[in-house]
Design a protein around this ligand. Structure first.
Ligand code: SF4
Ligand code: SF4
Length: 97
């Protein structure tokens, strides 16, 4: 059975993201990511795959242009290390039907 119900229509097809010039998501301090956070849960609980670990830079990369504004990231980080706010007015998620 389709994950999207009887009509098999993906509801996310209507979601559009207008990307602002600056990120609305910030890693507060890179040190907990390197020194303490073994499993880096932000890289898998974010449904939009905004966060990824760069071994080369020893830092979490934040692709804020993918954010669907679910609001989970500040709660999911075990070190309270993610600052998140809504994008500025007129930017971020909207729906085109
Ligand atoms: S969950 Fe928090 S502390 Fe862990 S890697 Fe992500 S931002 Fe860093
Ligand atoms: S608000 Fe949701 S979609 Fe956006 S970065 Fe945080 S967890 Fe990912």
């Amino acid at each position: 059975m389709s994950a999207f119900g009887k009509n098999k229509e993906n509801p996310l097809r209507y979601v559009k993201i207008k990307v602002a010039a600056e990120s609305h998501i910030k890693i507060k301090d890179k040190n907990p990511c390197i020194d303490k956070c073994e499993n880096k849960p932000c890289t898998y609980y974010c449904p939009a795959r905004v966060f990824s670990w760069s071994g080369e830079k020893q830092a979490i990369k934040v692709d804020y242009s993918r954010c669907i504004e679910c609001g989970a990231c500040p709660w999911g980080c075990p070190y309270d290390n993610i600052y998140w706010e809504f994008p500025p007015g007129g930017y971020g998620v909207h729906y085109e039907i």
